[in-house]
Write a protein that binds this ligand. Structure first.
Ligand code: CP
Length: 317
C-alpha cells in the first residue's frame, strides 16, 4: 500500500491489518504519555481545499501524537486564491519536505490525480474528494463497529455477517461509497435506504440492497448498525425531495423510529449532523449513538494509516 486513495483498493487482509494497528494505537492513547516517537523527523502536510472540522483536526492530532512535524495548509488564505494550481501547490509542499500528504478537495478524483501525476514522491492520503470517497472515515467507522459489536479485543476479526443499514443522501455521499466498498470487503451485508432521487446512477450494480422504505428496512433487516448520512444541501443545485418536513417524515431517524430499532443497535453518523433533519437529538445523544466515539476512534485510525504509509510498515502480508 503506497497511498490510501480509496477503500476499493484495500484487500481484506490490508483492511483488517489497518484496524489491528489502530487498536495498538488506541492502546497507546490510554497512557498518560500519549506521544510516540515513531514519526520524529517526518513532516505531514494537511492539504485542505474544502472545509473540515473532524478530519483535519484528527489528522493533526494523529500526526502530533506520532511526533511528526505538521504543516496545515488551507486553500482559504493561500496562494490558491491568486490562481496557483494544484500541481504548483503540491510541488511547493514537496520542496518544503513533505513525507506524507493528506488531501481534501471538492473535486472527485483529486487525490488519485495527485498520486498519478507523480508531482510529489510522498504517500497521499485521501481525506475526502468530492462525492467520490472518504477512506479514513470508512476505516474509522469499521473500527467503531468492530469494537461496539465484537468487543474490545477483536484483533484479526472482520465484520462477517454484520447487517448495516445506511440511510439518506447517497447521491452526494463519499462516506456511503467508501463504507460500502470496505464493509463488503470485510464481509458485512449493506442495505441502502434513500428516496429514489438520492440513489446515484449505477448504484444498483454496487452490491448493496437498495430500498426506499426506512420503517420496513429497520424492522425487516434487524440491523446491528444504522448509519445516518447528512443531507448535503451545499452540493444540491436542485430539489431532491418536496420539503424538509417530508424528508424528516420518511427518512429521518426520529425518536419514534428509534423505538423500533433493536435494543443494542449502533447508531452512527459521520458528522457534521443536521439535528432534527436526518437524525433527532435524542437519537444522536442516546447511549446507542457512537457519534463521538467515531471522532475519537478517528485519531487511532489516522495514526495507524500515517504510521503504515510513512514508516515502511505498509500492512503487506
Ligand atoms: N466526517 C467528516 O469528514 O467531517 P468533517 O467534514 O468535519 O471533516
Amino acid at each position: 500500500m503506497r497511498h490510501l486513495l480509496s477503500t476499493k483498493d484495500l484487500s481484506r487482509e490490508q483492511a483488517v491489518s489497518i484496524l489491528d494497528v489502530a487498536e495498538d494505537m488506541a492502546e497507546t492513547q490510554l497512557r498518560e504519555q500519549k506521544k510516540l516517537a515513531t514519526l520524529r523527523g517526518r513532516t505531514v502536510v494537511n492539504l485542505f481545499f474544502e472545509d473540515s472540522t473532524r478530519t483535519r483536526i484528527s489528522f493533526e492530532v494523529a500526526a502530533k501524537r506520532l511526533s511528526a512535524d505538521l504543516i496545515n495548509f488551507s486553500a482559504k488564505g493561500s496562494s490558491v486564491s491568486k490562481g496557483e494550481s494544484l500541481k504548483d501547490t503540491a510541488q511547493t509542499l514537496q520542496a518544503l519536505g513533505a513525507d506524507a500528504v493528506v488531501i481534501r478537495h471538492s473535486s472527485s478524483g483529486a487525490a488519485q490525480n495527485l498520486a498519478d501525476a507523480g508531482w510529489i514522491n510522498a504517500p497521499i492520503i485521501n481525506a475526502g474528494d468530492g462525492k467520490h470517497e472518504h477512506p479514513t472515515q470508512a476505516l474509522l467507522d469499521a473500527f467503531t463497529m468492530r469494537r461496539r459489536v465484537f468487543g474490545g479485543n477483536s484483533r484479526g476479526v472482520a465484520l462477517d455477517g454484520l447487517r448495516v443499514v445506511i440511510v439518506g443522501d447517497l447521491a452526494h455521499s463519499r462516506v456511503a461509497r467508501s463504507n460500502l466498498w470496505l464493509l463488503r470487503t470485510l464481509g458485512a451485508d449493506v442495505t441502502f435506504v434513500a428516496p429514489e432521487t438520492l440513489v446515484p446512477f449505477g448504484a444498483r450494480d454496487w452490491g448493496a440492497n437498495i430500498v426506499h422504505d426506512l420503517d420496513t428496512a429497520i424492522t425487516e433487516v434487524e440491523p446491528s448498525v444504522v448509519m445516518m448520512l447528512r443531507v448535503q444541501l451545499e452540493r444540491m443545485q436542485t430539489s431532491y425531495f418536496p420539503s424538509q418536513q417530508e424528508y424528516v417524515r420518511n427518512w429521518g431517524l426520529s425518536d419514534q423510529r428509534m423505538q423500533a430499532l433493536p435494543e443494542d443497535v449502533v447508531i452512527m453518523h459521520p458528522g457534521p449532523m443536521n439535528r432534527g433533519v436526518e437524525i433527532s437529538s435524542r437519537a444522536a445523544d442516546s447511549p446507542n449513538s457512537s457519534v463521538l466515539e467515531q471522532v475519537s476512534n478517528g485519531v487511532s485510525v489516522r495514526m495507524a494509516v500515517l504510521y503504515m504509509l510513512t514508516s515502511g510498515d505498509r500492512g503487506e502480508k
